[in-house]
Structures are given as structure tokens and as C-alpha cells.
Design a protein around this ligand. Structure first.
Ligand code: PFF
Length: 469
């Protein structure tokens, strides 16, 4: 009955503060923490990367996170419309909304290839479940099979275009199901059930890895700061990783902020979200490296760390197949709460822009993501020689999947974040900003300084170095 008199449905929102925090943490915690962070840390020398990463989160990520949630909460609309409202109220040009328009585009593009990787996770759940039936509960995984056999699981999946497309669609379909059910009914449900389950599994597997694996070696590796290893490339990797992990620069946190009520203290909440996300990344390191070290495998396996090295390590573990199932179920949960956020960003915009319902909007966006996703999946096999951006030097060698990844990470995310900083730091009405940010005193001054100066400058540096490398 609510809102029935004026014919418009009441605007959707989170049912509680906790729901907002869990959903935002769900968006932040994903493949970025579990797959990308350990791989990046391993490839970039461990401790130095980790320390610099934490600095980036605190000094660049957190201020931008607060800026984004603040725009959304004030605007109470889709991301571009929220920016437009804040701009108009501040007497600025409505065209600032392009910063969020870019974000919506980026979220859509990321969604398309994120679900492809989500599909790999589903594949590994299947592999370990069937192994559980073959080798039994107590022994290690893949008994009697050589390590090379296990490592070749990923390349053999890559060779099967049809299977990859099918798994991509499956992951996307689950994402669509929850987004179509709405903010409090679907998105919130995923976050409030899957995030606690995720944390429980993460802690269990980490304790297990610590008890049976190379714990002290891991701690030394991740927390010994060898500053000679802190090269510009390592720094660049750390900032990029911090942004991806906190879901910034793609209008995701503007969109989620728009469902938050006035009772939420955004300064405090942003701090909680960033801390939780960073804690999960660090715990993911503490979970994966003891297992990898104990098995004598290389830490710098990069993207193969989670999908190739770790499964080999499960071979030598008691209950290996069971741990494997639990591990990849946990990864799937984390990825799903992120893909839901990625789908919600363009869906919210489509609903508003074309004045159509949630269900048709989500379906239209998902169909688009399915088409791009299929191209990404096929770029590992049938279309491996296709270079969509061959005419741009930075992306000349990239196949379809890498091109989307590169363009979003190197162009869309930094440009979106730079514009957000300039908009919130210099353009938007200060009274409006002050009434939303939930900060006071020295913290408020520090935040303003970071948003106006340090963040945009650091981000411009990333943009330039990223494009020239
Ligand atoms: N932060 C997610 C991760 O670490 O996997 C990825 C992501 C989700 C980026 C949602 C952007 C976004 F809007």
C-alpha cells in the first residue's frame, strides 16, 4: 500500500544498518581478496607489497570509499542520477554525472568477465566433489595422480570453450536470480547468509592451514618489509589492487550507498568496510601461503596460485578433497556477493532510465553480460588470436578477456576515482558534504585533505604509469 497514492513504488533500501554493512563488505570481499591479492603479493615480493597495500587502503581507498557512499546516500537514486542531484544542489554542472556513467559501464564490463572466473570456481567445486567420491573422505585429494595432472586441470578447462561458456552462464544466472529479487529480498539475503558462512569457512581453513602447514615461513614472508623490493611497479600493483578490492571507481559504492538510510554514519561504516576487506585479504594470504609453502610450491605462480598450486597442495593433506570442496565453495560465496553488486549497478540505472521494473532491467543487463562473457570465455580457446584493441599499444597483445580487464582496471577505475575526488573535494557544496560524512574534528580535516590532494594526485600517477607500461 505504501506509495500507492502517487502511483510510484517506494524506493528500495536496506532493512537495517547491519544489512548495509554486510552487503558492502560482500561487494568488497571477492575474487579480488582470495585470488588476486595472494597472487599479487606473491608476484610482488611479499611484505613490501603488503605494507604498501595497507597504506593505499588507508590513505587512498578509504577516503574515496567514503566519497562514493556519501554521494549515493545523498542522491538516493541510481549512481549517475545521484551525482547529478548532488551537482545541481551544489550549483555545478549536471554533466558531472558522466563520472558515474563511466562507472556503470565499467561495472557492466567487469561483471561480464568476473562471472567467467566465477565459472572456473564452479568447475573446481565439481572437480573436488567428484574426487571426494573417488578417493574418499580422509585421504588427500587426487590420490595416485601426478601433480602435473592436477596443474593441467585449468589449461584443460581453458581448452573447452563450450564448458567455459556454460559455467559462465551458470554463475551469471545465479547472480541474476538474487538481483531480480530486489535489494532487501535478494541482495541482502545473499549477504546476510553467505558472508557469515564465508567467514566461518575462511577461519576454519586458515586454522587448518596454520596447524598443518608452514606457518612461520608464511608470517615471515608476508610481514617482513624489505623496502628494496618497493619498486614503482610494485606500488602501482598495490594501489590498483586496493581499488579493485574495495570495489571503487565503478559506481558500486555509490549505488549501495543510495540504499542506506540517514541513520548510517558513513565515516564509521566506510572504516568498517575497508578494515574487513583488508582483514580478509590478509587472512586469505595466511590461509593460502602455509599450504603452498608446505607443499614446496612457488609463491609467484600468479593467477595459477589458487587454481593450480593450491589444488596440488590439497593432495598431500588429510581430508584434502573435503578441504578442496570447502575452499572453493567459500570462494564461490565471496564471488557471488561481488557479482551481485556488479549486476546491481547497471540494473539500478536501467530501471530508472527506462522506467521499467527490476526483473526486466536485470534480465536485459544480464543478457548483455552473457554475450560479452561468452566472448571472454572463448578468448581462451576458439578466439585466442583475436586482439580487440590491437590498435592501442598498451593493449595490443590482449585477447578479449585481458582487454576488458585492462581497460577497466587501467582506464575506467582510475578515471572514475579521480573525477569522484575532484567532484567531492572541489565541486560539491561543502555543507552538503559535511552533513553526510559523519566525521568531525581532525579526522574530517584529514579526510578533506586526502580527497582534495593526495588521492587525485596518486590516482593520476597510477593512470599515467599504468597506460605507459
Ligand atoms: N571488490 C570485488 C573483489 O575484490 O573481488 C570486485 C568488485 C566488486 C569490483 C564490485 C567492483 C564492484 F563494484
Amino acid at each position: 500500500v505504501m506509495g500507492a497514492t502517487d502511483g510510484a513504488a517506494p524506493r528500495e533500501g536496506w532493512s537495517s544498518r547491519t544489512a548495509f554493512i554486510l552487503a558492502a563488505i560482500g561487494s568488497a570481499v571477492g575474487l579480488g581478496n582470495l585470488w588476486r591479492f595472494p597472487a599479487e603479493a606473491g608476484e610482488n615480493g611479499g611484505g613490501a607489497f603488503v605494507l604498501f597495500y595497507i597504506l593505499c587502503v588507508a590513505l587512498i581507498g578509504l577516503p574515496v570509499l567514503l566519497s562514493e557512499t556519501l554521494i549515493g546516500r545523498h542522491g538516493q537514486a541510481s549512481a549517475p542520477e545521484s551525482v547529478r542531484r548532488v551537482a545541481l544542489e551544489s550549483g555545478a554542472s549536471k554533466h558531472w554525472s558522466v563520472l558515474a556513467g563511466m562507472g556503470v559501464t565499467a561495472a557492466f564490463l567487469i561483471l561480464s568477465f568476473y562471472c567467467v572466473v566465477g565459472g572456473w570456481v564452479l568447475y573446481y567445486i565439481g572437480v573436488f566433489v567428484s574426487d571426494l567420491f573417488q578417493t574418499g573422505l580422509t585421504g588427500g585429494a587426487f590420490q595416485g595422480r601426478p601433480a602435473s595432472d592436477i596443474e593441467s586441470l585449468l589449461p584443460s578447462l581453458f581448452g573447452n570453450g563450450g564448458l567455459m561458456v556454460g559455467l559462465d552462464f551458470a554463475f551469471l544466472a545465479v547472480t541474476l536470480y538474487f538481483v531480480a529479487r530486489g535489494v532487501s529480498g535478494g541482495i541482502e539475503w545473499v549477504a546476510t547468509w553467505l558472508m557469515p558462512a564465508f567467514f566461518a569457512l575462511l577461519i576454519l581453513i586458515t586454522i587448518y592451514g596454520f596447524a598443518t602447514g608452514a606457518a612461520s615461513e608464511t608470517v615471515a614472508y608476508l610481514f617482513t618489509f624489505d623496502f628494496s623490493k618497493l619498486t614503482p611497479e610494485v606500488m602501482l600493483a598495490a594501489v590498483g589492487q586496493a581499488f579493485f578490492s574495495l570495489s571503487l571507481g565503478v559506481a558500486g559504492m555509490i549505488t549501495y550507498g543510495a540504499y542506506a538510510g540517514k541513520d548510517v554514519n558513513l565515516g564509521k561504516t566506510s572504516g568498517i568496510i575497508a578494515s574487513a576487506d583488508t582483514a580478509v585479504a590478509l587472512i586469505a594470504g595466511l590461509c593460502i601461503f602455509p599450504i603452498v609453502f608446505a607443499a614446496g610450491l612457488s609463491v609467484s605462480a600468479g593467477p595459477g596460485l589458487m587454481f593450480q598450486s593450491l589444488p596440488v597442495a590439497f593432495q598431500n593433506m588429510p581430508f584434502g578433497s573435503l578441504i578442496g570442496v570447502a575452499f572453493f565453495v567459500m570462494v564461490a560465496f565471496a564471488a557471488l556477493t561481488s557479482s551481485v553488486a556488479l549486476l546491481e549497478v547497471p540494473t539500478a540505472w536501467t530501471m530508472e532510465r527506462f522506467a521499467i521494473g527490476r526483473m526486466p532491467s536485470a534480465i536485459i543487463v544480464a543478457i548483455g553480460a552473457a554475450i560479452l562473457g561468452a566472448l571472454s570465455a572463448l578468448s581462451f580457446n576458439e578466439m585466442a588470436d583475436f586482439r580487440p584493441l590491437g590498435f592501442i599499444p598498451t593493449f595490443a597483445e590482449a585477447n578479449f578477456f585481458d582487454a576488458l580487464d585492462g581497460v577497466t582496471a587501467k582506464l575506467f577505475m582510475p578515471i572514475g576515482a579521480i573525477l569522484t575526488c575532484v567532484f567531492v573535494g572541489w565541486i560539491a557544496d561543502t555543507r552538503l558534504i559535511d552533513s553526510e560524512n559523519g566525521l568531525d574534528g581532525a579526522l574530517h580535516k584529514l579526510w578533506r585533505f586526502l580527497v582534495r590532494f593526495l588521492c587525485p594526485l596518486a590516482l593520476i600517477a597510477i593512470l599515467v604509469v599504468g597506460l605507459s607500461s
